[in-house]
Design a protein around this ligand. Sequence first.
Ligand SMILES: [Cu+2]
Length: 198
Amino acid sequence: MRKLVSIFQFIFLTVFVAGSGFATPPGTNQEMRERLKPAGTLVRASKSDEQQEVAGQNAASQPLPKVELSSGSEHEVKMLNSGPGGTMIFEPAVIKISKGDTVHFKATDLAHNSVSINGMVPDGAETWAGALSEEISVTLNTEGVYVYQCDPHVAMAMVGVIQVGEAVNMSEIKSAADDFKDNFALNSDRLDRYLEQL
Ligand SMILES: [Cu+2]
């Protein structure tokens, strides 16, 4: 019996030692550490990055509040490098005004302009094209939705929306917006998000 146990012990030790020998990856521990290093350091995002991403997704999935009619007959839209809604942006990017009101585009930051987009204004409506870095004022007498852009930053979706009176041309604007989005390299959902607020 004692002999049997010692045989088992012998077999066990042989298998264990040999097995652990085979299980050791080739090379020194130092080499192994070197191989494992990239996996250990490359892909881990910090917790705050992950949380921000989740927060962003949540924000994107929630319906945005509707924009209220702006009071008064004169309204200001700033042209900004950076604002609460993002970079290269009109502020406010969505406004609702009354027929005959005037919008002043302010050159708060330089190298921006405001230009109405062909096919994205009501039928027969006024169009405008501001010069770079200059203020332009437009008086809008035709009811409907207007979409305008900043020429140098249209690829970053620097666009804005004005609703004058009722949104009588909303379905045309939405289908034109679907095509127009091809111009956006960044912020590709911005215009959709703006139109949702009307
Ligand atoms: Cu711009």
